[in-house]
Design a protein around this ligand. Structure first.
Ligand code: IPE
Ligand code: IPE
Ligand code: MG
Length: 249
């Protein structure tokens, strides 16, 4: 187990993204309803936010609800939306006091009205904070995000504001919902599944991927520090060879 003192503070990722998975299985293992797992998952969210602040991470993205998750039983979907509203109501004061800025990606207009409103109000309240940017992916689909960016590029070309030869990776990135957010250096998915599930498909091109068997409700400060220690052991080569990386260090 790593401690914060073992970490290289010069090599903390600027942006960490999470696929928070395993709430249901965690609850089932305890003979409880799935929503019990989701409620426990909120405590992990709090712990991870706190740890990110402690480590000096600037951006934290949490995949909280995918467009595919609407297909779950309606009582679970409703329970998740209620948990979201409650969590914002309970946590926004502390988040604001701690300098956390809340952003969202995904189509939040498609959420129930009270969720949408509480998100807008929390985002507005925290908009000038600078300690940590917390990005909640809600009603999010990476493929939808990419299609919308392609349509926006098409519109710019129709309006003669962009020529096809100028459509660089940088320009395309600026048309995504994550336009002002650097790509994650690290993605962590809990609960053993080794898949991306339609999350940040463009932005994860060169991200380090870490899959852990720990279920999300058990993923707390220690597990996060271990994950950062694991990240720090990796050599990010970006297509180069190891010797080139060593000499630039
Ligand atoms: C993640 O846990 C939370 C959401 C997707 C909202 P799951 O609910 O997917 O838990 P498992 O995968 O069924 O264990
Ligand atoms: C991915 O988890 C979505 C979120 C964490 C919100 P799922 O549990 O829905 O993923 P799949 O469907 O098993 O891939
Ligand atoms: Mg799951």
């Amino acid at each position: 187990m790593s401690t914060i003192n073992n970490l290289d503070l010069q090599n903390i990722p600027r942006h960490v993204a999470f696929i928070m998975d395993g709430n249901g299985r965690w609850a089932k293992n305890k003979g409880q309803h799935r929503l019990f797992g989701h409620a426990a998952g909120v405590e992990s969210v709090k712990s991870v936010i706190q740890t990110a602040r402690e480590l000096g991470i600037s951006y934290l993205t949490l995949y909280a609800f995918s467009t595919e998750n609407w297909a779950r039983p309606s009582d679970e979907v409703e329970g998740l939306m209620n948990l979201l509203v409650d969590a914002i109501a309970n946590e926004v004061d502390e988040m604001h006091a701690n300098g956390v800025r809340l952003l969202t990606i995904g189509d939040i207009q498609g959420l129930p009205g009270n969720c949408h409103e509480s998100l807008l109000s929390a985002m507005n309240r925290t908009k000038d904070n600078t300690a940590l940017t917390l990005i909640l992916a809600l009603n999010y689909s990476a493929r939808q995000e990419i299609i919308k960016a392609a349509l926006a590029a098409h519109q710019l070309m129709q309006d003669a504001q962009l020529s096809s030869t100028d459509l660089s990776e940088q320009v395309f990135s600026s048309l995504l919902q994550t336009k002002d957010i650097p790509d994650p250096e690290l993605l962590i998915r809990t609960s053993g599944e080794c898949r991306i599930s339609n999350f940040l498909l463009w932005q994860l091109s060169y991200t380090e991927l870490l899959f852990t068997d720990t279920h999300w409700p058990d993923f707390r400060r220690e597990a996060f520090i271990d994950a950062i220690a694991n990240f720090q052991k990796r050599e990010r080569r970006f297509g180069m060879v190891s010797e080139q990386i060593q000499t630039t260090k």
